[in-house]
Design a protein around this ligand. Structure first.
Ligand code: HEM
Length: 174
């Protein structure tokens, strides 16, 4: 059965999965210091592998996490729920979540488009009525939901990798 919705981000990324399993994301790059506030490069090879593995494990456990993610988002930011008024069948929510997964996979690997896309989406979302400080919390919500689902598999190393990713996403040039 082929993956749909957010799970499709994984189905589309066999190379990433392969790289994660063999610990060879971004081969050839030296290990960089783990914490450089403001520098995307602090998401290093090992962090990328941990993040991809956690996404992969989450996809195995919850093929469609859309409900859980938005439930958490709306409990933290109830005033965001009415903004999805036009999303009568949940497809926009699913599509947005899938895009965020793809962005994360790009950030921890090739970094071909994620930074630009995020910069554009912050502006587009301001137009929807999503303040920038709320926009960033989507990534936090995602990591929390994944952490909860992974249980014991959410190790200190994985949590650290996600924490550095979240720091770096926020530090992207605006
Ligand atoms: C709490 C944070 C966020 C809120 C409240 C939010 C809200 C929304 C809303 C209301 C829409 C639908 C707009 C419409 O009526 O057409 C939307 C669409 C979208 N959002 Fe977000 N957003 C958030 C974070 C993000 C992030 C972090 C990204 C990616 C960087 C993102 C990417 C998208 C994309 C790509 C769409 C269009 C989906 C489609 O194809 O229909 N959003 N968002």
């Amino acid at each position: 059965m082929s993956a749909t919705g957010p799970a499709a981000a994984f189905a589309a990324g066999p190379r990433l999965r392969e790289a994660a399993l063999h610990g060879s994301l971004r081969p050839g790059l030296p290990d960089l210091p783990q914490e450089i506030p403001g520098a995307l490069d602090s998401v290093v090879t090992s962090d990328g592998a941990l993040i991809v593995r956690s996404l992969q494990r989450a996809a195995d456990l919850i093929p469609d996490p859309t409900g859980l993610v938005y439930e958490r988002l709306f409990s933290l930011h109830p005033h965001m729920e009415p903004l999805f008024i036009r999303d009568t069948n949940g497809s926009v929510r699913g599509e947005m979540l899938a895009k965020v997964f793809e962005i994360i996979l790009d950030l921890v690997a090739d970094r071909r488009y994620a930074a630009n896309m995020i910069r554009c989406e912050v502006v587009t979302h301001a137009g929807y009525g999503v303040p920038a400080d709320v926009f960033w919390t989507f990534f936090d919500v995602l990591s929390e939901v994944i952490g909860e689902q992974l249980g014991d598999d959410w190790t200190a190393e994985t949590e650290g990798a996600w924490a550095r990713l979240l720091l770096n996403v926020r530090a992207l040039p605006r």
